[in-house]
Design a protein around this ligand. Structure first.
Ligand code: PNS
Length: 162
């Protein structure tokens, strides 16, 4: 039976930190579903379609990675695609409390689906989508933080806003 895992997130936008986790997870599992959860009360910079298109572009080189969006509970999505695992990246101790909370909740909702944590590569331990947006907004260099397609998309957003 194929091992299927889900890499969930908001991806607003996808960064090299996300990509590092997706790439490493894709070597361990037969199939990875990168899923954009679309029920957040957050006010995203990019639309769902824009985020999906960026994720698809930058993960195109990984043949066992599929990209999707979903509105609802993560465990319901995971069950729907036959995934037995959820992958989350951990950057620092500060991530731990939040991750423990959502992992425990997901286990209550569906104990068949196991959450696995991967330590983010050291070079990305400070990186977040919010930080990237902040730096891009004020014209800082983000070339080490996000792929070129994302850099272009961010430039487009912020030049339109100015
Ligand atoms: O990239 P993020 O914002 O850290 O991802 C958080 C995400 C999308 C994984 C989390 O908010 C989530 O799983 N949302 C779906 C709703 C859900 O299943 N909630 C129950 C567990 S708290």
């Amino acid at each position: 039976m194929a091992s299927i895992a889900v890499c969930p997130g908001s991806f607003d936008p996808i960064t090299y930190g996300h990509l590092d986790i997706i790439k490493r997870a894709s070597k361990v599992f037969d199939q990875i579903h990168v899923v954009l959860l679309n029920n957040s009360s957050k006010n995203p910079l990019f639309s769902v379609d824009e985020r999906i298109s960026l994720i698809s572009e930058v993960t195109r080189e990984f043949p066992n990675v599929k990209v999707d969006s979903f509105q609802g509970l993560l465990v319901d999505y995971a069950k729907g695609v036959g995934a037995s695992a959820i992958i989350r990246g951990l950057r620092a101790v500060s991530d731990f409390e939040y991750e423990m909370q959502i992992t425990s909740m997901n286990r209550v909702l569906n104990e068949e689906i196991e959450t696995f944590f991967m330590m983010t590569n050291n070079q990305f331990s400070f990186l977040s989508s919010s930080i990237v947006k902040e730096v891009a907004k004020y014209g800082g260099d983000i070339s080490e933080l996000v792929p070129e397609a994302v850099q272009k998309a961010l430039s487009g957003k912020f030049s339109l806003q100015q």
